[in-house]
Design a protein around this ligand. Sequence first.
Ligand SMILES: [Ca+2]
Ligand SMILES: [Ca+2]
Ligand SMILES: [Ca+2]
Length: 147
Amino acid sequence: MFADATGTGGDSANDGQVHALNALQVEAADLVVTKTSAVISDPVRGTTNPLRIPGAVVRWTITITNNGAATASSVVVDDPLDSGTTYDPGTIVVGGVAEDDDATGADETDPDGADWNVTTAGSVTATIGSIAGSGASTTVVFDVTIN
Ligand SMILES: [Ca+2]
Ligand SMILES: [Ca+2]
Ligand SMILES: [Ca+2]
């Protein structure tokens, strides 16, 4: 059972859903969500000391840590893209496993799934099957290009 708060994305309290909403945010008693970014490449320098310029690829990493005692299941992370960026198709990786951009098929519940622009328009949404307690964590990673 969860003790998460009511999210701003329309979810209910205690349903195991948290919304990252583009920022470091703690919305649950047990789940801690952090979000970091790194520039992977830019059109001028390539992968050598790339700069955050138009055309640069930025990799976002959202880390969800379960500090509670119990395993958290069906954790939903919904992350709206920053304005001025474009999602790079086929780049979602959840818990180290590549996910496709649609929301259909057995790959969505095996046990993790994710989509771009399906569950929520303009968002990467990941559903994580379970995160063990006592500090275990998993990650949601995807790339965007700066417009
Ligand atoms: Ca998918
Ligand atoms: Ca799929
Ligand atoms: Ca999957």
